[in-house]
Design a protein around this ligand. Sequence first.
Ligand SMILES: Nc1ncnc2c1ncn2[C@@H]1O[C@H](COP(=O)(O)OP(=O)(O)O)[C@@H](O)[C@H]1O
Ligand SMILES: [Mg+2]
Length: 160
Amino acid sequence: MKNHIAIYPGSFDPITNGHMDIIRRGLEIFDRVIIAVARNSEKNSLFSVQERLALINRLIDNNPQLEVDTFDGLLVNYVVSRDASVILRGLRAVSDFEYEFQLAQMNRSISQQVETLFMMTSTQNAYLSSSIVKEVASLGGDIEKFVPSPVAEELRKKFA
Ligand SMILES: Nc1ncnc2c1ncn2[C@@H]1O[C@H](COP(=O)(O)OP(=O)(O)O)[C@@H](O)[C@H]1O
Ligand SMILES: [Mg+2]
């Protein structure tokens, strides 16, 4: 099979149920999904790249089909370096479209071998973002429904 590995890149600051849903559904299509945390997302992030990696590692729990990694520089170069040819991205509202469209066009113009595949959010995650989860957590709100429990625990520690 040609597209057996998908790269799922992002900030994952922190990983939410929305991300987890894309990963789970990605595995229905691809043999392996590599979750790739962008190192350039360290600025203004709540969790360091190391903390995000550790959290995601706990969640993927030795599933041989999943891997978490980090990348620097151009995403398409990273994709090719991992012998992959597909970038997996999630789409929520129309507001995601403009940026994702630009990114996909730019990536294609850099490398024609790499395709971007979009998956629509599940309805229950349509308004879920790492930013909104951080905001609610910072105000002491209940975030248990929106993130896996180890993430909720780490968020509570950050804002304790
Ligand atoms: N609730 C959600 N449902 C579906 N996709 C999502 C959701 N939240 C984030 N995503 C997708 O996950 C990917 C990574 O998102 P994010 O961690 O915000 O990193 P980035 O900094 O690249 O936007 C993006 O494709 C984003 O659209
Ligand atoms: Mg985002």
